[in-house]
Design a protein around this ligand. Structure first.
Ligand code: SF4
Length: 164
């Protein structure tokens, strides 16, 4: 799979100071998408084992609260294997740091049986809907999207929204 860019210190996508990676490739093409440069599955750079090692190294700093995976679409069929590999490696190395993921797919409709959920703390799900856009929403762009506490949702077998 491929990725678009890595941010070494990101304060906009999740709690605290984070490392973030924007995956490459998205088939949703939402109107008003903030990252259309991530749509092309052939763009960006290859996500190699060396890239994953570099991300893990960046996450090791005491100032880093965790890793955020955005898009592009991390859960697209072409990307989910690489996303799962990165998520698993991150959680195994840093069980006390948090993993946040953004996806246009829905937790309960599309993702609930996917292995990757085991490693995710917070999932912001749903496609961006420009008719529901608001600049004051936290962690999401439109009001239809949900900020989900994944581990509580898996345990309780229903959607539990994330609360700080
Ligand atoms: S799912 Fe996300 S990356 Fe894909 S088009 Fe919609 S807003 Fe853009």
């Amino acid at each position: 799979m491929r990725y678009n860019k890595i941010r070494k210190m990101d304060i906009s996508n999740g709690e605290g100071i984070r490392v973030s990676i924007f995956m490459q490739g998205c088939a949703f093409h939402c109107e008003g998408c903030f990252n259309p440069e991530t749509w092309d599955f052939d763009g960006g750079k290859e996500l190699t084992d060396e890239t994953i090692d570099r991300i893990l190294e960046l996450c090791g700093s005491d100032t880093i609260a965790g890793l955020s995976i955005l898009g592009g679409e991390p859960m697209h069929a072409k990307n989910i294997e690489g996303t799962t590999k990165l998520a698993k490696a991150f959680k195994e190395k840093y069980p006390n740091k948090t993993l946040w993921v953004w996806s246009g797919f829905l937790f309960d409709r599309d993702l609930k049986d996917k292995e990757v959920l085991k490693y995710i703390d917070v999932l912001v799900d749903g496609q961006f809907d420009i008719s529901k856009y608001s600049p004051i929403l936290k962690w999401k762009g439109s009001s239809n999207q949900r900020v989900i506490d994944v581990q509580k949702s898996l345990k309780e077998k229903e959607i539990v929204l994330y609360e700080k």
